[in-house]
Write a protein that binds this ligand. Structure first.
Ligand SMILES: [Zn+2]
Length: 290
């Protein structure tokens, strides 16, 4: 299990799934040969993030931040028992909650749940099926939704046909009185705050953790794959505003490449995190190795 120390804080990865992904799922018209060509120009991408066959090594994970009395779960993956149009995500019956508990994070202890945005693979474990109803998985937590993001998806169709992640994973939280609608620069406490990173979705945020002079950023989906560090102009086909997401990356990466900020990629394969170093027009993710 991966975890990182950031001053007094610890960030732990609870992985729900890890799969080689076809590039066409994320980047329209990009084939495996195109991915291998990008990896030739940025050799650090292989083998951790690009397989020898040109698949993208991706994971779906929840990142749990421990800082003093706070236990903040960032992004809640796909979830079990949900009707989803993607066969890989439909009616999952996985051990995520057991894994989380075994890691020392009993769901009842979570103080805050953050969804960087309200896409299907970031809200799933907000709820779980109890006696045929969607009940909050983290009954003692405040769930923080960015107001702009919440209003957008309340009126918008789901990303994929035939599923309703808002209805089964967001609305029940509001009905249970556990939701707080917040601004995109919200500060949870000293040391944990949001950074507005719109474009992938209208109210998308990344999460900044600062403690004792150390800093980490949990990206969310302002980028999906480390290829977008090497080429910050590359936008995913799921970005609601590809130009805005490009501008967000161009604005964020130079600031994050300060030599001390640990960048943790929400969908990046292992090792998942590193520090940014400028390389030409883009960046390399440099990971500490044991
Ligand atoms: Zn995602």
């Amino acid at each position: 299990m991966l975890s990182w120390s950031v001053g007094r804080a610890t960030i732990t990865s609870i992985v729900e799934s890890e799969t080689p992904t076809s590039p066409r799922f994320l980047y329209r018209d990009m084939g495996k040969a195109d991915v291998l060509a990008r990896a030739e120009a940025a050799p650090w991408l292989r083998p951790d993030y690009v397989s020898d066959e040109g698949y993208l090594r991706q994971k779906i994970q929840c990142l749990v931040i421990e800082l003093d009395d706070l236990l903040v779960a960032v992004d809640t993956c796909v979830g079990n028992d949900k009707s989803r149009s993607n066969d890989l995500w439909d009616h999952l019956d996985g051990p995520f909650l057991d894994d989380m508990t075994a890691a020392g994070f009993d769901p009842e202890r979570i103080t805050h749940v953050v969804c960087t945005h309200l896409h299907v693979d970031h809200v799933g474990w907000n709820t779980r099926l109890v006696d045929g109803e969607w009940a909050p998985t983290f009954p003692n937590a405040r769930y923080l939704f960015v107001d702009t993001e919440y209003r957008h998806w309340r009126q918008e169709e789901s990303l994929f046909d035939g599923e309703d992640p808002f209805g089964d994973s967001v609305a029940p939280i509001v009905e249970a009185g556990l939701a707080d609608l917040v601004e995109p620069d919200h500060r949870i406490a000293d040391g944990i705050r949001f950074e507005s990173t719109p474009g992938h979705t209208p109210g998308h945020v990344s999460v900044v953790v600062e403690s004792d002079g150390d800093r980490a950023i949990i990206t969310g989906d302002m980028l999906h794959h480390p290829m977008q560090l090497a080429d910050p102009d590359l936008s995913s086909m799921f970005d609601t505003d590809p130009d805005e997401s490009r501008a967000t990356r161009r604005h964020a990466f130079p600031r994050w490449a300060d030599g001390r900020t640990l960048v943790i990629g929400t969908h990046f394969g292992t090792p998942t995190a590193g520090r940014l170093e400028a390389r030409g027009d883009g960046y390399e993710l440099v990971s500490d190795r044991a």
